[in-house]
Design a protein around this ligand. Structure first.
Ligand code: SAM
Length: 320
């Protein structure tokens, strides 16, 4: 095989991604087979990617797609696929401009983005609401892959209560409660996300609607912050971490769940990709452990420890 293979794979990566997006949007992994001029071509392509298998004259889910792409699977990543296709992919198309200007791109699903791009088929509020649901379903699917490992990264048995700040569907709080059943858990979220938190937590977590930047944080001796800091620039991180530090009792702690870059910035590649994702979609970035450590010590935390989990998301424990 030519040594250009790796480059061709990179070039054609978008085709595989969009095959996945189209199949999820058309409900293929839910067993739907809509009337479509070229459905067979899509099904064949999915089969070639290991997402469907042919049984007699029909295509059925493979074990992999049934586990991760069927919407009702507890480990489903279908919401993330939809969110990435609708909201992230168009912004990645402007990555070069984001790199030059150092700023995020317009959300294609916001009203401004919709008007600016002339996306007539997307109807403002409804599209945004669906995107919020898809985004949270997506975060949940990714969280289910890593939160049990984050909860297991440190001995948290000495803490009595944990509030997951910006906890969304509560996957991290639930993983902590699963491992430490004595712990009372809560999820603090923006009011519009709380109904989604309620759907996923089944009454197992106290839900606190509020704004992390302006409202008092509910009392707890352990806070969790999962993929919230990577949305923020340095001053935004400092502001939030100072509020968290001030709200903790002595010897209380903060568990940070983030993708973490190697200290020499040599990888992992998925964290660099995520950092570019943060560039096009937020004002944040992915960071090394040294950078997180600096931020945490800077607001007053005394002991900061790091554990690679072997999953997409790593764990940092900072003690007051
Ligand atoms: C990238 S998501 C991460 C969700 C979840 N922690 C996880 O690890 O999957 C960031 C979350 O922070 C929440 N959030 C952002 N700003 C917030 C604020 N000012 N107050 C409360 N929650 C906020 C968002 O609603 C969103 O659910």
């Amino acid at each position: 095989m030519s040594d250009a293979e790796a480059i061709v794979e990179l070039i054609e990566g978008f085709q595989r991604f969009q095959t996945l997006v189209a199949a999820v949007r058309l409900g293929i992994f839910e067993g739907e087979r809509p009337q479509a001029a070229e459905l067979e071509r899509l099904l064949e392509a999915c089969a070639s990617l290991g997402l469907l298998e042919r049984r007699d004259t029909e295509y059925v889910n493979t074990t992999l797609s049934d586990k991760y792409l069927r919407g009702s699977s507890p480990l489903s990543l279908a919401g993330f696929v939809k969110f990435a296709g609708a909201s992230l992919y168009p912004r990645w198309g402007e990555l070069d401009e984001a790199v030059i200007e150092g700023t995020q791109r317009e959300n294609p699903l916001s009203i401004r983005g919709t008007l600016r791009r002339g996306y007539r088929r997307l109807k403002g509020a409804r599209a945004r609401q669906d995107t919020n649901r898809d985004f949270n379903a997506g975060m949940h699917g990714l969280g289910m892959l890593s939160s049990p490992a984050v909860a297991a990264a440190f001995d948290l048995s000495g803490f009595r209560s944990c509030v997951d700040l910006g906890g969304a569907t509560g996957h991290l709080a639930l993983a902590i409660a699963e491992r430490y059943p004595h712990m009372k858990i809560g999820v603090f979220e923006l009011p519009h996300v709380i109904p989604i938190s309620r759907e996923y937590t089944f009454g197992k977590a106290t839900l606190y609607p509020g704004d992390l930047l302006t409202d008092a944080l509910p009392a707890a001796d352990l806070y969790a912050l999962g993929k919230v800091l990577h949305n923020k620039d340095e001053s935004g991180c400092r502001l939030l971490l100072k509020r968290v530090y001030d709200a903790l009792p002595e010897l209380g702690a903060l568990l940070v769940a983030e993708r973490v870059l190697n200290d020499d910035r040599s990888g992992p590649a998925h964290v660099h990709m995520s950092s570019l994702n943060m560039l096009v979609a937020t004002s944040g970035r992915e960071r090394t452990f040294s950078e997180y450590r600096g931020l945490l010590l800077g607001v007053g935390f005394s002991d900061v420890r790091f554990k690679r989990t072997g999953c997409l998301v790593d764990a940092i424990l900072a003690t007051k």
